[in-house]
Design a protein. Structure first.
Length: 427
């Protein structure tokens, strides 16, 4: 019987006060600011529920500890909504001082002059970049300078309803390969009362499948590389299970929510989703009386997963006082104790090695080993493509793969069409 960790235990993590480092860009007491007239910052973030609560909790703690800087946290919806609002606000000269970039968008925002290089502040502070998990730093650099620091980061992992798996005579450790995943899905779907998995056509999963099949999405010259044997194999992996009736493929804006609800309600025995969903899924499992475990995404030719989530960025064009305050906030939000708090509270990865090594996180891993799966899987993780125009490439791929899986198209037709659309964008 697994030990279930409860949300209330997060209160046990102490958020320690930061002290000023003395150099101008890094002082926690902003020059000229006083508690009566603090520097005011706005921070925009994506996603609600436990993720939003985490953001609000940390901002409240920061404000309490930094009387010369006061931050207002504002929820802006999904990553796409956040990005669109940030771009519009920047054009209107009313952008927040600190915001989140979904990691694939870091380069686009930087190269379009919307975000500030953090390298001068990092260099002045002597910030230990090596303490950040190297598997999460790939989407921080733009032309050899750091523009973003890892904050709420994730990888896709495999969730298993081990109660159902055991009832069906399956090993609760879960499938280790694509072939085993297909076998599990077929067994779980045998009597028609449930599906092996509910699996939306999600670019994040497709990027993982292509890597697992030995391919890549974008080549070193920034051009499409997914139209390959590996790219086709990844589509066929989904299509074959859909045609056999062993997986459900929801579509539209609520596809991800549908997958989660099917898993929570016992309508599917397995689910691919972000590690950020761990707290939510385990809480629901405990309430409904079944057990959940986590595992690596199954391998094909190899293991492999993209990383995901958000990095913190400073918007461009701030005066020196605002820059100083914004850096103080970003540095604090991504420091060891805050990283550990956010990881325990949400299930996101601890982006710093020192956070993983804290007593609080070690206790979590001991009591709830499901939390460590994504950390261990980082050995096989890679950054997401950051070429400008990649969001349009993603839209084309998702549309073409959906058509191939749900209608009569072939994987090769889907890739040919997506490649033509991608080339037009990336040129």
């Amino acid at each position: 019987m697994k030990t279930y960790w409860t949300i209330g235990s997060t209160a046990a993590i102490a958020l320690l006060m930061m002290t000023g480092c003395g150099s101008t860009p890094s002082s926690d007491t902003v020059s000229g600011a006083t508690p009566d007239e603090p520097v005011e910052l706005t921070y925009w973030y994506a996603w609600g529920d436990k993720i939003g609560e985490n953001n609000e909790n940390l901002v409240a703690q920061f404000n309490e500890e930094h009387p010369t800087i006061q931050v207002t946290a504002e929820f802006q919806g999904t990553y796409d909504e956040l990005h669109a609002k940030t771009q519009a606000a920047f054009a209107a000269k009313d952008a927040p001082e600190v915001t989140q970039n979904e990691i694939a968008s870091v380069e686009t925002f930087a190269k379009n002059g919307m975000t500030q290089s953090l390298q001068p502040f990092i260099d002045a502070d002597g910030l230990d970049i090596e303490d950040f998990n190297e598997g999460l730093m790939g989407n921080s650099y733009v032309e050899d300078e750091i523009y973003a620091l890892p904050y709420l980061r994730s990888t896709p992992i495999l969730y298993l309803n081990t109660t159902i798996l055991e009832e069906k005579g399956l090993d609760p450790a879960g499938p280790k390969t694509w072939d085993e995943f297909k076998e599990y899905a077929a067994v779980l779907s045998e009597d028609g009362t449930m599906k092996g998995a509910t699996m939306p056509i999600d670019i994040w999963f497709y990027e993982a499948f292509v890597t697992q099949a030995g391919g890549t999405m974008i080549d070193e010259d920034g051009q499409p590389a997914f139209n390959s044997e590996a790219g086709a194999e990844a589509i066929d992996f989904i299509k074959e299970m859909y045609e056999e009736g062993s997986i459900k493929v929801p579509t539209g804006d609520v596809a991800g929510d549908t997958a989660k609800q099917d898993f929570v309600n016992g309508k599917s025995g397995m689910m691919l989703s972000s590690t950020a969903d761990l707290t939510y899924l385990m809480t629901n499992a405990k309430e409904q009386g079944y057990e959940v475990d986590t595992a690596f995404m199954p391998e094909n030719k190899q293991f492999g997963v993209p990383t995901g989530g958000a990095n913190l960025v400073m918007t461009a064009g701030l005066d020196e006082v605002k820059q100083e305050a914004a850096w103080t906030f970003i540095k604090w939000m991504t420091d060891t104790d805050q990283t550990a708090y956010a990881s325990e509270f949400t299930g996101y990865l601890p982006s710093r090695h020192s956070a993983s090594e804290t007593e609080a996180m070690q206790k979590v891993y001991e009591e709830v080993p499901q939390y460590k799966t994504a950390v261990d899987q980082l050995e096989y993780a890679h950054e997401r493509p950051m070429v400008e125009g990649y969001p349009e490439v993603v839209n084309a791929l998702v549309e073409e793969i959906t058509r191939a899986v749900l209608q009569d198209g072939t994987s090769q037709e889907a890739l040919d069409n997506a490649e033509k659309r991608a080339e037009a964008v990336l040129k």
